[in-house]
Design a protein around this ligand. Structure first.
Ligand SMILES: Cc1ncc(COP(=O)(O)O)c(C=O)c1O
Length: 428
């Protein structure tokens, strides 16, 4: 693997709002972090609550703000940056493709898409690919495919298909998806919602068995629930879901948009139990942190139910996305990132174990991914994230006092140790 080159600080490194900025502003003078944050307020929808840092450049695991302060990125774009910022092989693939062809729409074929689908099918052990752009689109597309399969193959009566989902799920932000979320902030105020979903507790096979019936098209779950705080189900749960869905004659859809592509120390999180779902949803890191790329990957007898005109996306499968996606799959095919995640994951776990009782009340970790519960007496997850920001570490809270650690898989042992050391300092 090519070691990412460290970015070189170029700014003044003075306090927030006091620097002059080093980026080239398209209109007028360069603006400081504080000015840029203020400028967002009247013109951007307030659907996020970002930490007060304005990133201008990044390379590998390091990002730099407009004043030239450097931060270690321990969030990695919610796992969209598994290969780090601007991985040389991915940037090269993107540059090469930018010089050739960027978009055709699927009205025509392009010379990149077949190779991307072949590589992705081979990596996942499945047959066919439906290329999309965002994670939520892949989830929506997976739901459509499952329903079509239920009517065409399972012979569920028209409009009766159901999909069983898990409590605490996070699958994206469309109206259909938030309709089966149990997070009030995500759902309340956005109804009416699509029918056809049943919710059962996560990690509960008996409840799942009771919810599945002859109308069930699919069981849709995250093999590890990321947004819920990196909740890892008991050993045997994924195997149980696989056996149960096979017995019930419905599809197992694994949403690996956050858990997949090396993050947990294997290519997919379901690989920990050697389980092969019928439908796999991928996104985030599939675009290498460069372009939005997502995909529904499935067996031929499942994705084969779609015919011309029944689904599509203007940008889905565009040649730039396919070129970057192919380069991502090539990186994963080496196995090196999965190995790194497993090895450094062991260091992450032992570092967090050492902090348990010293401000950390508990944690769940697999590979380079951890949900860390902080003693609420020390502050909310947000407050801990803000204190870590001041220490030069970027993380984000999930719920309450839980923070999520998900660094690029290119992080070194020393960088990881230094991030854990900062956490220790902040908690002390
Ligand atoms: C498991 C899972 N599914 C779906 C999504 C939605 O992806 P996107 O934000 O690209 O729509 C996310 C995003 O965090 C996710 O974690």
């Amino acid at each position: 693997m090519t070691a990412p080159t460290r970015i070189v600080p170029t700014g003044t490194g003075t306090g927030p709002g006091t620097g002059t900025g080093t980026g080239t502003a398209p209109v007028g003078a360069p603006r400081s972090s504080a000015e840029l944050i203020r400028a967002e307020r009247p013109v951007l929808a307030h659907n996020y609550h970002p930490l007060p840092v304005v990133v201008a450049r990044a390379e590998g695991v390091w990002v730099e703000d407009v004043e030239g302060r450097r931060y270690l990125d321990m969030l990695a774009g919610y796992s969209a940056l598994n290969f780090g910022h601007r991985h040389p092989a991915l940037i090269e693939a993107a540059h090469r493709q930018l010089d050739q062809l960027t978009l055709t729409s699927r009205a025509f074929h392009n010379d990149q898409l077949a190779g991307f689908a072949e590589r992705l099918a081979e990596l996942t052990g499945l047959d066919m690919v439906l290329p999309m752009n965002t994670g939520a689109e892949a989830v929506e597309s997976g739901i459509k495919v499952a329903r079509k399969w239920a009517y065409d193959v399972k012979r569920v009566p028209a409009d009766q298909a159901t999909i069983v989902v898990a409590g605490g799920n996070f699958h994206g932000r469309t109206t259909t998806i938030v309709g089966f979320s149990d997070d009030d902030t995500a759902r309340v105020g956005f109804g009416p919602f699509a029918p056809g979903f049943r919710t059962v507790p996560y990690n509960d096979l008996a409840a799942l068995e009771a919810a599945v019936d002859e109308t069930t098209a699919a069981v849709l779950i995250e093999p590890i629930q990321g947004e819920a705080g990196v909740l890892i189900p008991d050993d045997g749960y994924l195997t149980g879901v696989r056996e149960l869905t096979r017995r019930a004659g419905c599809l197992f859809i694994a949403d690996e948009i956050q858990s997949g592509l090396g993050r947990t120390g294997t290519t997919l999180a379901v690989d920990h139990e050697s389980v092969v779902p019928d439908v796999l949803l991928l996104g985030k890191a599939l675009g290498g942190g460069i372009v939005p790329v997502s995909a529904v990957v499935a067996r031929r007898d499942v994705l084969g139910v779609l015919g011309p005109g029944q689904h599509g996306s203007t940008f889905g499968g565009n040649p730039l996305a396919a070129a970057v996606g192919s380069a991502v799959v090539e990186l994963l095919a080496t196995g090196e990132f999965q190995r790194r995640a497993a090895e450094l994951g062991a260091e992450l776990r032992s570092g967090l174990a050492a902090l348990t009782g010293k401000g950390v009340t508990g944690f769940r970790a697999r590979g380079l991914w951890a949900g860390v519960d902080i003693d609420p007496a020390l502050g909310t997850g947000r407050e801990i994230s803000e204190r870590l920001l001041k220490e030069g570490i970027l993380v984000k809270d999930t719920h309450g006092s839980t923070i999520r650690l998900a660094p690029p898989l290119t992080i070194t042992s020393e960088e990881l140790a230094s991030a854990l050391h900062c956490l220790e300092r902040v908690l002390a």
